[in-house]
Ligand binder design. Structure first.
Ligand SMILES: C[S@@+](CC[C@H](N)C(=O)[O-])C[C@H]1O[C@@H](n2cnc3c(N)ncnc32)[C@H](O)[C@@H]1O
Length: 219
């Protein structure tokens, strides 16, 4: 795994084994902010919410979400799924703390990323975090989340993450009215989401990518 600088100056990881990057080369932080924060978190009006992330990876989405919390932001309980934790050396090589200028968050971020399985960590500003070394294919939770960040590797690389069965599990885990966001805009993925019971539409994507998907579990 090799750290790579992306167009906005932030880093991602390149997995030569998969032939895939953890984030967009047009800008790792720019993509995460647009897809998960702008189109996801900021589009909900909830002041308290449960978030599910599929694919914790380097922890960038979790860190950006924590930065949104605070006196004027929401309170968040965050569960991330990640069956293949990165070694500490690589997580730190992505150096998100410097890229997004979050100096006070260094210690907390390190604690998050080395947290034992399923243990809650209470950070400042109403942000609670835990992660499970579990595959999304094993997800059994029901009506537990208001927002889902679906950040799997691309369908061409990891098709088993984008199946009807997975979206049925996600649908079941979402509360009525909950939202799912993903950088992917593929027609097959959208159709699988719709078949699973979600209302999925293409919306404005991040720089370098015309569209992305946003889906709602109807009330
Ligand atoms: C595109 S990367 C996620 C990037 C991440 N959100 C970040 O901010 O760095 C996809 C992640 O999905 C994880 N993954 C692979 N198989 C999975 C599975 N079956 N269930 C959940 N996550 C999986 C990978 O290990 C990888 O960390």
């Amino acid at each position: 795994m090799i750290p790579v600088r992306t167009e906005d100056g932030s880093f991602t990881l390149d997995s030569p084994a998969l032939g895939e990057h953890y984030h967009s080369l047009f800008g790792a932080v720019t993509e995460s902010r647009h897809v998960y924060i702008e189109q996801g978190l900021r589009s909900t009006e909830k002041s308290k919410l449960d978030i599910l992330e599929v694919g914790l990876g380097t922890g960038l989405n979790a860190l950006l979400t924590w930065m949104e919390c605070g006196p004027t932001g929401p309170q968040v309980d965050y569960l991330a799924l990640e069956p293949y934790p990165l070694p500490q050396r690589l997580r730190m090589a992505a150096d998100h703390i410097s890229s997004i200028n979050a100096p006070g968050k260094e210690k907390g971020f390190k604690a998050m990323m080395s947290l034992p399985d399923s243990e809650w960590l209470e950070l400042q500003d109403g942000f609670r975090f835990r992660w499970e070394r579990q595959e999304v294919q094993q997800l059994e939770m029901k009506e537990a989340f208001d927002l889902v960040y679906f950040d799997a590797f691309a369908p061409a690389i990891q098709p088993a993450m984008w199946t009807l069965d997975v979206f049925r599990r996600i649908h079941r885990a979402m509360r009525p009215g909950a939202i799912l966001v993903t950088y992917c805009a593929k027609g097959d993925v959208r159709r699988a989401m719709i078949q699973a019971g979600l209302m999925a539409e293409r919306v404005q994507g991040p720089p370098g990518k015309h569209r992305m998907l946003k889906a709602l579990r109807p009330e």
